[in-house]
Design a binder for this molecule. Structure first.
Ligand code: CTP
Length: 398
């Protein structure tokens, strides 16, 4: 199994909040992502959901008691602490956060955390007033200073019926924070990577656009992979159906022109620009101010060339392009390396199986500025991203 969580030991700490039911979903998604999940529950958590529920999902023992004579671990908190690649407390109550800030160790979870050196993610869930309380704010600030990754809380409906800040983040976001926490000191730490994604939309009139089949998945996977290696990531994206990746600066645009402006603005300070977006090469020469009515049998729309963002972007960054081709893959991609002065191009045959638009996998060929060709096997888009980033790393200009 691929991905940042595959075969990782995750200690999932669950403390007493109604949001405990969401922790079951998190446990399930962690397991699906290939993680080995050891759950530690506070007494309060066991009042909301049962240890059996977590055991059924994780297929591993659930720790609830520091003094359980039947435990499979000799010294539980030390064993789990040493194994952990990451510790996640979700949901984290106001009380748990206070204990962590003070360094207290009076239950299996806090004892494990204080015995561990693994990255720690704390996902608060509480009522708005509890979160806003100066004591809670001070405790969260203390944890942040120590390098703890605070995930959320989100804004929305709370269990009290009120609306405000205090919701446990949703599972996909939590997974993003967990991957980020594991990789924040990775080989891209201190680097800025700008990634573009999606298919631009060029308006014909207020109702219609010219666009393409790009799903954005490749660009989003690149943004997540770069984040998971410690990079600051700016994702400039045309509209997609995908959720914004956590801990990535996402700039939403629609047209090639808007994408060009946003890319240039952020690329100036970047170490790498990876243009995974399918940018329209042509746009309607004039956008009709009113909806075009159907009158004649034929409608001709005159198209004008858009600016080539990749070719014209100014700055001293590693320049990576994509070439989606339906024929003469290597030849066409090589000529783009030369004409756009690229450091690397990622060529993919859009007709190949597992490589089409919207697919979760991709089979690509990498061609560098010396026109050396490396054909990669069929991989997930996340794995393809890491192979691209390996090459980018070797090409950094300083
Ligand atoms: N690109 C860009 N700006 C454009 C068009 C494309 O930055 N206006 C980028 C794409 O994001 C991609 C690379 O250039 O990284 C190659 O795009 P592609 O459309 O395949 O290349 P073109 O030079 O437009 O060639 P083709 O004739 O095959 O469309």
């Amino acid at each position: 199994m691929a991905g940042p969580l595959a075969n990782k030991h995750v200690v999932l700490g669950v403390t007493g909040s109604i949001a405990c039911y969401k922790a079951l979903d998190l446990a399930s998604k962690l397991v699906q992502a290939g993680a080995l999940v050891d759950t530690i529950m506070s007494y309060g958590a066991t009042q909301f959901v049962t240890p059996l529920a977590f055991r059924s999902i994780t297929h591993r023992a659930v720790v609830t008691d520091s003094f359980d004579p039947d435990s499979e671990y000799s010294v539980e908190h030390v064993a789990l602490a040493q194994q952990a690649d990451v510790i996640v407390v979700a949901p984290a109550t106001v009380h748990c956060i206070a204990k962590l800030a003070l360094g207290l160790a009076d239950d299996p979870l806090t004892t494990t955390i204080i015995a561990a050196t693994a990255p720690l993610v704390v996902a608060p869930a509480m009522d708005g007033n509890m979160y806003d309380h100066p004591a809670t704010q001070a405790n969260i600030a203390t944890l942040k200073e120590r390098g703890v990754v605070i995930a959320g809380p989100g804004i929305g409906r709370l269990a009290s019926g009120l609306s405000g800040v205090g919701r446990l983040l949703e599972t996909p976001e939590l997974l993003g924070y967990i991957s980020y926490a594991m990789g924040k000191d990775g080989d891209f730490a201190g680097r800025t990577v700008v990634v573009s994604a999606g298919g631009t939309m060029e308006p014909i009139d207020p109702v219609r656009v010219i666009t393409n089949h790009s799903s954005g998945k490749m660009g989003y996977a690149l943004a997540e992979a770069a984040r998971d290696r410690g990079a600051n990531v700016v994702l400039v994206t045309a509209p997609t159906n995908l959720a914004d990746p956590a801990l990535v600066k996402v700039v939403h645009v629609r047209t090639a022109e808007q994408m060009g402006k946003a890319v240039q603005e952020h690329a100036t300070k970047a170490d790498a620009l990876v243009m995974a977006a399918a940018v329209a090469d042509y746009k309607p020469a004039v956008e009709a101010g009113q909806k075009i009515k159907k009158n004649d049998d034929e409608l001709n729309i005159s198209l004008a060339k858009t600016e080539d963002i990749l070719k014209t972007a100014k700055g001293n960054f590693v320049r990576v392009g994509f070439a989606a081709e339906s024929e003469n893959l290597v030849e066409n991609a090589k000529s783009k390396v030369t004409s756009k002065k690229l450091d690397l191009i990622v060529a993919n045959d859009i007709t190949a199986e597992g490589s089409g638009f919207g697919s979760d996998t991709n089979k690509v060929t990498l061609i560098d500025r010396d026109l050396a060709v490396e054909e990669l096997p069929l991989l997930t888009k996340y794995d393809v991203s890491n192979r691209i980033l390996d090459r980018v790393k070797a090409l950094f200009k300083d």
